[in-house]
Design a protein around this ligand. Structure first.
Ligand SMILES: NC(=O)c1ccc[n+]([C@@H]2O[C@H](COP(=O)([O-])OP(=O)(O)OC[C@H]3O[C@@H](n4cnc5c(N)ncnc54)[C@H](O)[C@@H]3O)[C@@H](O)[C@H]2O)c1
Length: 313
């Protein structure tokens, strides 16, 4: 079962699992996912994970051996404006998934957490490690961290096998270019439309923008495959590159990938934006594999946006 399988990350995970020969059921309410992302070889259940009874019906009909839980309210700014709605989907919805897993003796639950948000500011030259103190600075980060605690509890008390994947900033084909996050998708679309790219300040207007750890979707898919197979065990792992990249680096990387130039505009710091978030990739390299380089990932993403000029919902 892939919850959120109509979304950016979930749909790529579904495609890989279907290719591997698994029977896959997608649970998604299409609140931010798209019908066009649905793999026709997977079964689709249009269900809101907050609706425990509807979720129970899907578990009873399908009896999944393993679940990767990607469905979430994914916007940090929505979580700030509507923290109760964020908690409803991200905490209550996740607890519904956990309860169903226990009732149906699901073999393993993989959870999409966020390395990009739960460590708080990661000052240079530090790389955030899994054992480091967490410091969530948004309701979204709080809800993801809360679910990590539930997972540990469900493992200890109910024996449910769980793996937590703390994604850094994920980018790749199918990412929504119309949101306020997902700078690779936004810049790709803008460059291809001959529009200027805006760098929001890390500190002062005109600087190179916030520093992030950008991980390519193929690495996230690989992490999910290994986690679902039990290869990563019951633990938490950063899914990241360990490479510090500014917003300007992304703009320039995409311009060179697309062989296009566009004006860069500069905006002020956006309230809530962390200045720097870069994660330690030692475990990722050892157990998931060498991450795709930024140049390669940007080329593949830019090409996809070029080939898909108007991705419709
Ligand atoms: N994209 C990133 O950089 C990133 C980084 C860290 C963590 N994550 C996490 O990875 C997961 C996937 O994110 P994404 O970038 O693919 O986002 P996305 O918005 O494309 O996918 C989320 C999916 O969940 C579905 N969904 C939302 N609420 C639901 C509900 N109540 N019931 C059923 N389905 C629901 C949406 O329709 C969508 O298909 C999320 O849990 C997100 O928090 C993403």
């Amino acid at each position: 079962m892939v919850t959120g399988g109509a979304g950016f990350i979930g749909s790529h995970v579904v495609d890989a699992l279907v290719d591997d020969g698994h029977d896959v059921v997608i649970v998604d309410d299409l609140s931010s996912g798209r019908r066009s992302n649905l793999n026709p070889r997977a079964r689709f259940e249009h269900v809101d994970i907050v609706d425990a009874a509807a979720l129970e019906r899907v578990f009873a009909a399908f009896e999944p051996e393993a679940v990767t839980h990607q469905a979430a309210q994914t916007s940090v700014s929505v979580s700030t404006r509507e923290p109760a709605r964020d908690a409803s989907v991200n905490v209550v919805g996740s607890v519904n998934v956990l309860e169903a897993c226990v009732r149906h003796r699901t073999g393993r639950l993989v959870f999409a957490s966020t390395g990009g948000a739960i460590y708080g500011e990661v000052e240079a030259p530090r790389l955030a490690r899994v054992g480091d103190p967490t410091f969530p600075l948004s309701p979204y980060a709080c809800s993801k961290l809360a679910v990590e605690h539930y997972l540990r509890m469900y493992t200890a008390v109910h024996g449910l096998h769980t793996t937590v994947l703390r994604y850094a900033n994920v980018y790749g084909p199918r990412q929504d270019p119309h949101g306020e996050a997902g700078v690779v998708a936004i810049f790709s679309r803008r460059l291809l439309s001959a529009l200027a790219c805006r760098i929001n300040a890390r500190k002062d207007v005109g600087d190179d923008g916030c520093i992030r750890d950008y991980v390519f979707i193929a690495d996230v898919v690989r992490a999910n495959r290994l986690a679902l197979a039990g290869t990563l065990g019951d633990r938490t792992i950063n899914v990241c590159t360990g490479v510090a990249t500014t917003t300007r680096d992304i703009a320039e990387g995409l311009m060179s990938a697309l062989d296009l130039r566009a004006a860069l505009e500069h905006g002020p710091w956006r309230p809530g934006d962390l200045e720097r978030s870069v994660l330690d990739a030692a475990a990722m390299r050892e157990e998931i594999g060498e991450p795709v380089g930024l140049g390669d990932g940007l080329r593949q993403t830019a090409q996809w946006f070029r080939d898909h000029p108007d991705p419709l919902p």
